[in-house]
Design a protein around this ligand. Structure first.
Ligand code: GLU
Length: 450
């Protein structure tokens, strides 16, 4: 059996760390098994799906290195879903319902008040043809529910182990809305069957859907036609809180464009959190694929901590050779040569941090010297150590200045930083000073823009 997985995002928004983790686990599993990956765009919700989101999803996955072997869109396949709909109606497994949202709400409230679970009472199943005609004559349009067996659905979950759902405790799911639009449930099964998907790997929030879908698989494809299923625990923030509210700011696009993270830092973190492996960075997806194992996935939520992402990213950047980054440095207008790169590299969290270093070193920097610090700065220029500046020069220099002027702490260090960089904050001055060099340092201390 050739493994085939699918990642099925709805293009109703941008990819974020939560749904990319699902994509990643699918790809890692498939690649480790020599299997195939299908990228399916679940765009049955025509109103909320956009081409822009679809393009962004493909661009994000490509940037992350998550490739696919096949792709299609659900919106091109409505004829197939219509056929499946007809088959289910024919089997008596899909039935029209006419309740409005308000009516359903009221029913649920009454059930709750009676201490009963708010499961749909299947009232629509006992409507006669006359009654249905009457409702339709009133202008009501039916939505369609799948008739669950009422039995116990069992499967061996790839992550959660032996699992089951009592379908008697679940409402018959709505597959088609009153406006005729499909929820993802039925199209997904139709496509998974036709594409010969062997494994469905997705978040734990889909467990109840899975039970209904297993019954739909069997109704359309026969017994045993449901793929293997794996439901991963969801992501939470570093504080253990649900990430859902913050996911907007954790889009892959922002991690790339705004924060400047490396794709392998993102992939490594998402592959390792919530597993029994140590959270560490890998430089190749293939290595993550070789290390992937469902048995390592924990059933407790995985913590996503942006600080950890920074740590992994820094580790990647610190190991980058000049030849690897030269073009990117040039693109950032920050190619100061190999010596420059090797000196600043240990200070970077993300590659683009290099820009600040390059600018402070190359100049022009307009020194910021307060009137009351002008003499002090001039004195500092005089006391600058002779000869080639090194990483030890800063300590020697500031000690000498301390003795000579009696200044210490902030009043000693801040005017030097402001004069040399024009800014209140920035990289370690000890490392910056030798790169700026004695000539420029002296000029800046005298207030000259260089
Ligand atoms: N489009 C669905 C979602 O994004 C797909 C779920 C799935 O079957 O993987 O939730």
């Amino acid at each position: 059996m050739t493994v085939k997985v699918r990642f099925a995002p709805s293009p109703t928004g941008k990819l974020h760390v939560g749904n990319v983790r699902t994509a990643l686990m699918n790809v890692l599993f498939a690649r480790g098994q020599g299997g195939q990956v299908l990228l399916r765009i679940d765009d049955t919700d025509i109103e909320r799906s956009t081409l822009e989101n679809e393009d962004a999803i493909r661009a994000d996955l490509t940037w992350l290195g998550l490739s696919w072997d096949e792709t299609f869109k659900q919106s091109e396949r409505f004829d197939k879903y219509e056929i499946a709909k007809a088959q289910l109606i024919e089997k008596g497994l899909l039935y029209p319902c006419y309740e409005t949202e308000d009516e359903l709400d009221r029913k649920r409230k009454i059930q709750r008040a009676q201490g009963k679970p708010p499961v749909y009472d299947r009232a629509a199943l006992s409507l006669t043809d006359d009654e249905k005609d009457k409702l339709e004559a009133e202008g009501r349009k039916p939505h369609w529910r799948f008739k669950l067996s009422g039995g116990r659905i069992e499967w061996t979950d790839l992550v959660r182990g032996p699992s089951h759902i009592e379908t008697s405790s679940v409402s018959d799911p709505i597959l088609i809305r009153a406006d005729g639009s499909y929820l993802y449930t039925l199209p997904s099964v139709v496509d998974d069957l036709e594409s010969n998907v062997t494994h469905i790997i997705r978040g734990e929030d889909h467990v109840t859907n899975s039970a209904a879908q297993i019954e739909i698989f069997e109704a359309l494809g026969g017994k045993g036609s449901a793929p293997a299923m794996g439901h991963m625990a969801l992501l939470v923030g570093a504080d253990g809180d649900k990430l859902s509210k913050r996911l907007g700011s954790l889009s892959i696009e922002d991690l790339r464009e705004i924060d400047g993270f490396e794709p392998m830092a993102v992939c490594s973190l998402l592959a390792k959190i919530g597993t029994s492996d140590a959270v560490d960075v890998r430089s190749e997806l293939q290595q993550l694929a070789e290390e992937f194992d469902f048995g390592k996935l924990s059933r407790t939520p995985a913590r996503f901590d942006p600080e950890e992402l920074k740590r992994l990213n820094a580790k990647l950047v610190h190991a980058m050779d000049y030849a690897d980054v030269r073009d990117r440095l040039a693109g950032l207008d920050a190619d100061g040569g190999e010596a420059f790169w090797l000196t600043v590299r240990p200070n970077l969290t993300v590659l683009k941090d290099v820009v600040e270093w390059a600018r402070l070193i190359e100049g022009p920097v307009t020194p910021a010297i307060a009137d009351e610090d002008a003499d002090f700065a001039a004195q500092a220029a005089e006391l600058l150590p002779e000869g080639e500046l090194t990483v030890d020069s800063w300590g020697a220099w500031t000690n000498a200045l301390k003795e000579a002027t009696g200044r210490k702490g902030k009043t000693l260090f801040l005017p030097l930083r402001m004069a040399l960089t024009g800014q209140q904050r920035g990289p370690e001055m000890g490392e910056l000073l030798p790169l700026i060099g004695a000539e420029k340092a002296k000029a800046r201390l005298k207030g000259v823009t260089v």
